[in-house]
Ligand binder design. Structure first.
Ligand SMILES: *[C@@H]1O[C@H](CO)[C@@H](O)[C@H](O)[C@H]1NC(C)=O
Ligand SMILES: *[C@@H]1O[C@H](CO)[C@@H](O)[C@H](O)[C@H]1NC(C)=O
Ligand SMILES: *[C@@H]1O[C@H](CO)[C@@H](O)[C@H](O)[C@H]1NC(C)=O
Length: 777
């Protein structure tokens, strides 16, 4: 308790001392005490960074410079020169620096030096005049004193005239951890530069220990994560001030190369805060829903994002090992939802289409009857239950208010859909539009946003006829009808996990209750090819979201990060299932907007956390560092695929694959083949996560030919991408990607599509539109 309060106090001091910090890029957010959203410009002083104006005594000019004044400049002043060789120098202490200034058609070419070395030639010629632009930035300097020098070349693109160089402001990033050092908790006080120490924390100590490596940076904040190919993951964020840029503004999506750790920005048109996603049967990924434009008042200097509330963003399969030519495509005139959705869940059905579930009609915080969208719709749209492509009412989403955003949902092997929201669960027969309510989740635990727990469909196996069993873990018992000022970041999370077998007998037996060793809200549960479940990330207290409760840490509604993952073995006997033995402890808090996924390689990629708005350097600031949690099987000899995978894996098909066993495999080894959907992860929801064991045998003679039988039908594994892992004596191969089914896209019902498009308006909830329309501005 005391700690939470003192953090807030220290943070307040930090923010005061840096001054000038603007908050933006999040619908509904206003600076405390104000009801008007602040204007957005690329100039941004992240909480924890410091701005130096062009007139600061720390900024030195040589040669001929002149000072101009306008309210359009940072602190009303800008310095400019058209003299070749005129230079500005600035010495700072920290890990990063940004230079802000104007762009127009008189701006020329400048050389930038850091610590005496030329690092970039900057050309900020632009036909359109733009102010407070980020002209140069560097974030990855070793912590310490650095010297920045910018020299005017006097040259101008496409002109004999002299080019202008100007300086509006410099912004210095001190370094994440140095600031976290204020925290009372010793784990936070590791110095930034000493990454070795962090590695030591995670060092393997016993033979079956796991290891944790911190490597790579996501460039955009990792709010949503999905593996899209053997080499890449896609990361989707909301519109915010990320270090990675595209088309002259911060990017809000990127491809992450799993092998080289390189990142490539994606140019997304609409605001994807907070979207869901799924692959369709032909391997196309759709990203669905989001937020309106970041600010009501936009200008040429803006992010340029469009309203994302009805968006369906298309990411066609991209096999490029460099991520080149991979793009997100949007055309809201043709491709959109019928209704606006913020915090919706999206899953793939047995016909290869997407079911889009719930969400709110506008951004905000906790759901309520005014903003609730208690419907499902489909992509492509369906003629179903008289909907003719329009949304279908779902009473469950009315009955589960308020904390029911990002419902937990899984396709079951009978073709129906399991759903959990708030304290309730049901099975939805979508083909007949019937809800079968299940017993309530015991002990008052809520499992969906903002009292977020996590859920998984446990592995399906032919051994028991694919009997489905679901697992829900974590969440909170905080009353979802309380106002924010009666909820605290220090309210304890729930340690409860519940399981239920979804057969008549299982449902009568009800939820089986277990306790995690540690309470968590916002946990991530990751299925491993071994059938075990890795639970990671989240907080011991508080709830999801920004700036809504008392005792916030910065703007974080949660505190007391859970730093040590726990392994859950569903097959072990009750009481023996949880263990953190050998699991490394991280020093990176992963709270709201953190993610984790299994990779094709078999390790777990852990990223994200931004419980404070935008790129912040305060405690629980925006986290770009990636961690790789490696199970013990990564450190030993592993079995290998010798044959390449076929592109398609048809239902019931037999597949012969040549394999190589690890050297110390048992004489008659234990063989399992896991077909896995690695899911689409956001807000603790692991949509589509799935593990189906396949009937498999290994030829006894040379033990090299593995015969696999594909899943019997699309209910067991809905058509779409999957990864094959052969597990020999508990040690998995790397995953081989296949496309399950016939590879075709879901059927498009032209009539339903036409009807939906004609009955709905493009971006109907775009507030900016109305304002532009009435001409009153
Ligand atoms: C200014 O120029 C540099 C290098 O040419 C470029 O990286 C940067 O994006 C430009 N800034 C803007 C706001 O376009
Ligand atoms: C419902 O939620 C919206 C969005 O958060 C909020 O603006 C509104 O005030 C809420 N209404 C009620 C009745 O609580
Ligand atoms: C997959 O199907 C969807 C829906 O019909 C379509 O939009 C997309 O272009 C298809 N992708 C490929 C690769 O054919």
């Amino acid at each position: 308790m005391v700690r939470g309060i003192s953090c807030v106090f220290l943070l307040a001091l930090n923010i005061l001392s840096v001054g000038g910090s603007k908050h933006s890029a999040w619908n509904g957010h206003t600076t405390p005490g104000s009801t008007t959203p602040s204007d957005f410009t690329p100039y941004y002083v992240a909480p924890g960074t410091k701005s130096y104006d062009s007139s600061s005594p720390f900024v030195h000019y040589s040669g001929n410079w002149k000072e101009s004044f306008s309210p359009a400049y940072v602190h009303n002043t800008v310095r400019s020169t058209s003299h070749p060789k005129a230079a500005v120098t600035f010495t700072f202490t920290g890990t990063g620096v940004e230079w802000f200034g104007n762009m127009d058609d008189s701006h020329g070419i400048a050389d930038v030096y850091i610590d005496g070395e030329k690092v970039q030639t900057v050309d900020n010629y632009s036909e359109a005049p733009m102010k407070q632009q980020r002209l140069f930035w560097k974030y990855d300097l070793p912590f310490g004193r650095h010297h920045l020098k910018v020299v005017n070349t006097g040259k101008r693109r496409g002109s004999q005239k002299k080019g202008i160089l100007d300086v509006d402001a410099f912004v210095v990033t001190y370094g994440t951890k140095a600031i976290r050092g204020h925290s009372a908790s010793s784990i936070h006080s590791l110095p930034t530069s000493d990454s070795r120490k962090a590695a030591d924390l995670a060092e393997a100590t016993t033979a079956d220990a796991w290891s944790l490596e911190q490597k790579g940076s996501t460039g955009v904040h990792a709010m949503q994560l999905s593996i899209i190919s053997p080499t890449h993951a896609i990361i989707v964020d909301k519109v915010e001030h990320n270090p990675l840029t595209v088309s002259g503004h911060p990017a809000w999506a990127a491809l992450y190369n799993l092998n080289t750790h390189a990142i490539k920005p994606l140019n997304v048109q609409s605001n994807s805060f907070c979207a869901g996603g799924t692959f369709l049967s032909n391997g196309t990924l759709i990203n669905v829903g989001g937020n309106p434009v970041v600010e009501d008042h936009t200008s040429a200097a803006d992010f340029g994002d469009a309203d994302g509330l009805q968006a369906i963003r298309i990411f066609e399969p991209c096999e490029s090992s460099t991520g080149d030519a991979c793009e997100i495509y949007e055309d809201h005139a043709r491709i959109r939802m019928a209704s606006p959705r913020w915090y919706n869940t999206v899953i793939r059905l047995q016909d290869g289409s997407a079911m889009i579930i719930g969400g709110a009609k506008k951004g905000g915080w906790i759901n309520n009857a005014t903003v609730n969208n208690p419907t499902v719709e489909y992509w492509p749209p369906k003629s179903i239950h008289g909907s003719n492509g329009m949304p279908v009412h779902m009473q469950f989403l009315v009955d589960t208010l308020n904390s029911n955003l990002f419902p937990i949902a899984f396709l079951l092997p009978d073709g129906k859909v399991f759903m959990a929201a708030n304290q309730d669960a049901m099975i939805y027969d979508w083909q007949n539009n019937q809800e079968r309510r299940l017993p309530q989740i015991p002990n008052g635990v809520r499992v969906t946003y903002p009292m977020a727990g996590t859920g998984l469909l446990l592995p399906l196996s032919p051994d028991n006829g694919y009997t489905p069993e679901v697992l829900l873990c974590g969440g909170s018992t905080v009353d979802d009808r309380k106002p924010g000022y009666e909820i605290s970041s220090q309210d304890p999370a729930s340690a409860q996990c519940v399981r239920m077998v979804l057969t008549d007998a299982g449902i009568s037996a009800g939820w089986q209750v277990e306790q995690m060793p540690q309470a968590r809200t916002m946990p991530d549960a990751v299925l491993l090819p071994t059938g075990d479940v890795l639970i990671v990330n989240g907080a011991g207290t508080g709830i999801s979201g920004y700036g809504n409760v008392v005792h916030q840490v910065g703007a974080s509604n949660a505190d007391n990060p859970a730093f040590t993952p726990v392994l859950y073995r569903p097959g072990a006997s009750n009481g023996q299932r949880f263990s953190s033995a050998g699991l490394p402890t991280s020093d990176i808090p992963r709270l709201y907007h953190s993610v984790a996924t299994l990779t094709p390689n078999g390790d777990i990629m852990i990223a994200g956390s931004n419980p404070n708005l935008d790129r912040s350097e305060v405690e629980y600031g925006t986290e770009y560092r990636v961690e790789w949690l490696k199970p013990p099987y990564m450190l030993v000899g592993r079995p290998e695929w010798v044959s390449a995978a076929p592109r398609l894996l048809g239902y019931g098909q037999s597949l012969h694959m040549e394999v190589k066993l690890q050297q110390n495999a048992a004489h008659s080894p234990d063989i399992r083949v896991a077909l896995m959907d690695l899911g689409y992860i956001t807000h603790a929801v692991h949509a589509n996560s799935r593990l189906v064991y396949l009937a498999a045998s290994l030829s006894v003679d040379d033990r090299k030919t593995l015969t696999i039988t594909a899943p019997p039908n699309a209910n067991v594994y809905p058509p779409g991408p999957g990864w094959l892992y052969l597990v020999v004596d508990g040690i998995p191969t790397t995953g081989l990607r296949v496309l399950v089914g016939d590879g075709k896209g879901p059927a498009v019902d032209e009539k339903a599509m036409e009807s939906m498009l004609s009955k709905t308006i493009v971006d109907q909830y775009d507030k900016g539109k109305e304002e532009k329309g009435d001409g009153a501005e």
